[in-house]
Design a protein around this ligand. Structure first.
Ligand code: F6R
Length: 609
């Protein structure tokens, strides 16, 4: 969703802000703006649409200066418009703020500020922050103190960066439940809501904690804790490749990220089997505590929820622990049965999904141990969980999750194996064998990626459809849900997924001549049942695309298009079978002329409810 950048130093601010905003584009946004200090004033530029438009305007208006802030906005309060684009300013235009999150009490604050004589020019919640800082600054002309005083009035979530025309070269930043990272580079200090926006300048960053505040200047950064005391920053070194933000010869980030998946599998598994025993020390639970676990909830949203569906099969199958998978937005508002022996596994690529975070807090309040699986170091999910596994996908830029999903599935598979090990449900040699086969999936995915001709052929056959049905059973059902989500989100082709056994209970009514049915028909204990479902679909004229196991010639009798994947155990079929579905969704989206990396209306991190 929204993105924040800021720079103060010796170089021209505008190109740095624009480049930072470009790097945040992947998060999804509908307008953008900058505020740059110059000659004792603030120069503001806002545009709706893409950062390119803002960049042109900044150039035309010759926005000069060496200190400024910028923002990409994803509309929540007020439609996408120039007036609603950030930065927002105080009445006198001398204070400008950019904000991520939602100020929940903005209506009452706005009424109070209007009654006190403040004039508002936008419909946003953010604008109250600018006026609150203005009020506080009038009482005590010190930007750090004014920002602190303003945030004490604000309820909700915020990542905030503030500049003031009267304090040249200073940016004050603070946060609550919305990420802010800061780094000092040779040419000055930078701030961003996402490390991707400053990684080309410095790899040593500080991830701010809730309530902390920092004042950036060209000479350095002063950090304050929540009580207002000056503190020493905790520096985190980021070791990703800088080219994570480049397409590396691929036409889009999604394809690049799909091709990174063998590496993700290898990195996620590296160092996990020590002397034949699984090692997940980050779990921070003793063997005794793990052994007591008698119920698991996997909570997540979207694609991460689908990774949870796969985990349910594995945890119940191997460790024999009852496991429920719930979308976080439901979990947080009901009263789930949680005891001290409940393990809640929160899965989130971004580590900042609002519903997942709220569910974590709720679960911990009720006494559960919470284990996070996330891709982002130092993210709120990582910080607020009792233990965390990082998925090693590295930064994912395309909005549609691919490599992170695979990283999640592999991490959850490790967790399931660990629980089976601790519960004594599997012998050591069994675990070793499964671990080896899990590691082998990296090569299998490489093989799938080396020849995508069958996928391309199926994509051509599906591209003009108005709707598609994904079906499977067992693991195949879980994979179907993810396949359907991938297709609809990037190609805008309506797709839904069903457990194949449900066909006769409703969805079969949809089928008609040429209606695409995409079936997960890999070798499994329920293979024959899936074939029956294909026959029923075929009899109604459906066009069948089957994802099947190499060597299965029988399937050709039932399917119009077959995409083969290497033979693996059913428990690992999610890893292999989901890759062609990712490729299929992308190819259909490309054929339909869609923006694969930035689908409409979607944001990479859903930081609001
Ligand atoms: C779809 C997709 C989303 C996310 C969902 C949760 O491709 O990426 O459905 O999976 O918004 O996001 P995280 O995993 O960041 O909590």
């Amino acid at each position: 969703m929204c993105g924040i950048v800021g720079y103060t130093g010796s170089a021209a601010a505008s190109p740095i802000l624009i480049e930072g905003l470009r790097r945040l584009e992947y998060r999804g946004y509908d307008s953008a703006g900058v505020a740059v200090q110059r000659d004792g004033a603030l120069h503001l530029v806002h545009r709706t649409g893409k950062v390119d438009g803002l960049a042109q305007a900044v150039e035309q208006e010759q926005v000069a200066g060496t200190c400024g802030i910028g923002h990409t906005r994803w509309a929540t309060h007020g439609r996408p418009s120039t007036a609603n684009a950030h930065p927002h300013t105080s009445c006198d235009g001398r204070i400008a703020v950019v904000h991520n999150g939602i100020i929940e009490n903005f209506v009452e604050l706005r009424e109070e500020l209007e009654a006190a004589g403040h004039t508002f020019t936008s419909q946003t919640d953010t604008e109250v922050a600018a006026h609150l800082v203005e009020e506080a600054y009038a009482e005590q002309p010190d930007l750090v103190a004014a920002v602190r005083a303003a945030t004490q009035r604000m309820a909700g979530a915020y990542g905030l960066a503030v500049v003031c025309a009267d304090e040249p070269g200073t940016i004050v930043v603070t946060r609550k439940d919305s990420p802010i990272v800061i780094g000092m580079a040779p040419d000055g200090a930078r701030v961003a809501s996402d490390v991707i926006a400053l990684i080309d300048a410095t790899r040593d960053v500080t991830v701010m904690g809730d309530g902390e505040l920092a004042a950036l200047s060209p000479d350095g950064i002063v950090y304050y804790d929540a009580a207002g005391r000056v503190t020493e920053p905790k520096i985190t070194h980021i070791d990703w490749d800088v080219d994570v933000a480049e397409k590396g010869g691929y036409p889009d980030f999604m394809l690049k990220e799909i091709h990174e998946q063998p590496r993700v599998i290898r990195d996620t598994l590296a160092g996990r089997l020590v002397n034949g025993t699984l090692a997940i020390d980050e779990l921070d639970l003793s063997v005794e505590e793990l052994n007591l676990i008698d119920r698991v909830y996997v909570i997540a949203c979207g694609t991460s929820y689908h990774a949870g569906l796969i985990a349910k099969n594995l945890i119940e199958g191997w460790a024999r622990i009852p496991t429920e998978v719930e979308v976080a937005s439901e979990f947080r508002y009901r009263n789930p049965i949680i005891t001290p022996t409940t393990l809640v596994v929160a899965v989130s690529q971004s580590g900042e999904t609002a519903d997942t975070l709220a569910a974590i807090r709720d679960a911990r309040c009720k006494g559960a141990k919470v284990f996070g699986i996330t891709n982002v170091i130092g993210s709120p999910v990582a910080r607020e969980s009792d233990g965390v596994i990082y998925t090693k996908a590295n930064k994912e830029i395309a909005v549609a999750s691919t490599k992170s999903f695979l990283g999640q599935v592999v991490s959850l598979t490790l967790l399931a194996l660990l629980l089976a090990q601790v519960k004594g449900k599997m012998r050591t040699n069994q675990i070793r064998l499964l671990f080896r086969e899990l590691a082998d999936t990296a090569e299998h995915v490489e093989a799938i990626l080396s020849d995508t001709s069958a996928v391309e052929e199926a994509a051509l056959a599906c591209k003009d459809a108005v709707s598609a049905l994904f079906i499977g059973r067992g693991m195949g059902a879980a994979i179907s849900y993810e396949g359907a989500l991938k297709l609809k989100e990037i190609s805008y082709l309506h797709a839904e997924a069903y457990a194949a056994g449900e066909m006769k209970h409703g969805p079969i009514a949809l089928l008609d001549d040429g209606f695409p049915v995409i079936a997960i028909a890999t070798q499994s204990p329920v293979y024959d049942k899936v074939i029956s479902n294909l026959q029923e679909s075929k009899a109604r004229g459906a066009m069948i695309v089957a994802v099947a196991t190499e060597g299965d010639e029988e399937i050709r009798k039932h399917a119009d298009h077959v995409i083969y994947v290497p033979k693996v155990r059913d428990c690992f079929s999610a890893i292999t079978a989901s890759v062609p579905l990712q490729l299929l969704a992308r190819s259909i989206a490309v054929l339909r002329g869609c923006n694969v990396d930035q689908p409409r209306n979607l944001a990479k991190s859903v930081t609001v409810e």
